[in-house]
Unconditional design. Structure first.
Length: 277
């Protein structure tokens, strides 16, 4: 799940003001930021939303790998973070290895929480909601083979949920049919009527978990990787000093009205400055 570009990264060499950098295609990574705040309240944070590239799920693997590697290269050179978290399942399953090869800071990735879902299911049938790019990755096949080989894993690519989460955080009303369609897409597959655990394999999706709960019903539980990601970041920065010299920052790769619409949501997550990268 995690790795570093160099094995020589020493705690004592870290500038206390060096931030954590959380990167996502949009605002989905705020679900991860929320958990990081709980464990590391004093950590200076820069949150980067590549909204100019949204949605990642509709892009090819080559496009995603090139975009993510290039952006993170420029971001780390300019912002000098102590650690980078790719708070995006799609970007992680596709570009994590290439990013680790070129960056000289610790990298924490995000992968579908199939292992805890396999441990939690009682019926042996697990649903997985992700982007279209994520659900087709061989990485997901390997996780299934390693941790859920004796389970039935049903997948569905739900790009509508990414759009819904972004709209919700901008204060817009979302048609409940969006969530009903995601639930039905899993339920209608062979064995889908026995799903009792659903993996939210996109960091956007925990932001609409309440709506998904209503669509699936009370008999289904949801699993995502945000708690594990936060614990891993805390582990990799254990013993380091923290000093917040400026308010935490949200960076977008494209300006526009959506930045204004997200202002209150960003502030709730402690991101009091907003700018375009």
């Amino acid at each position: 799940m995690t790795g570093t570009g160099t094995g020589e990264y020493r705690q004592s060499a870290v500038d206390p003001a060096a931030p954590l950098l959380l990167f996502d295609s949009g605002v989905g990574g705020l679900s991860v930021l929320r958990k990081v705040r709980q464990l590391l309240p004093d950590a200076p944070i820069i949150y980067v939303a590549d909204n100019a590239g949204l949605p990642y799920g509709a892009k090819t693997e080559a496009q995603i790998a090139a975009r993510v590697s290039g952006l993170l290269g420029r971001l780390t050179e300019r912002l000098r973070p102590r650690l980078v978290c790719i708070a995006c399942n799609t970007a992680s399953t596709i570009a994590l290895a290439s990013v680790r090869e070129v960056l000289e800071v610790p990298i924490v990735g995000t992968v579908p929480a199939i292992k805890p879902a396999a441990a939690a299911t009682r019926t042996g049938v697990i649903g997985l909601l992700g982007t279209e790019a994520t659900i087709r990755q061989a990485y997901v096949d390997r996780l299934e083979a390693e941790f859920a080989s004796d389970k039935l894993l049903l997948r569905h690519g739900a790009p509508e949920l990414v759009t819904a989460a972004e709209a919700k955080l901008r204060g817009e009303t979302v048609d409940p049919a969006v969530y009903a369609r995601a639930a039905e897409a899993l339920r209608s597959q062979a064995g889908g009527d026995r799903i009792d655990t659903v993996v939210l394999a996109c960091t956007h999706f925990p932001l609409v978990q309440d709506e998904l709960q209503r669509a699936f019903g009370s008999g289904v539980s949801f699993v995502d990787g945000s708690d594990g990601i936060a614990r891993r970041i805390a582990f990799l920065t254990d013993g380091q000093l923290w000093r917040r010299e400026t308010p935490d920052l949200a960076l977008f790769t494209r300006g526009g009205i959506e930045m204004d619409q997200l202002g209150s949501t960003l502030a709730v997550h402690g991101l009091d400055r907003v700018a375009v990268f």
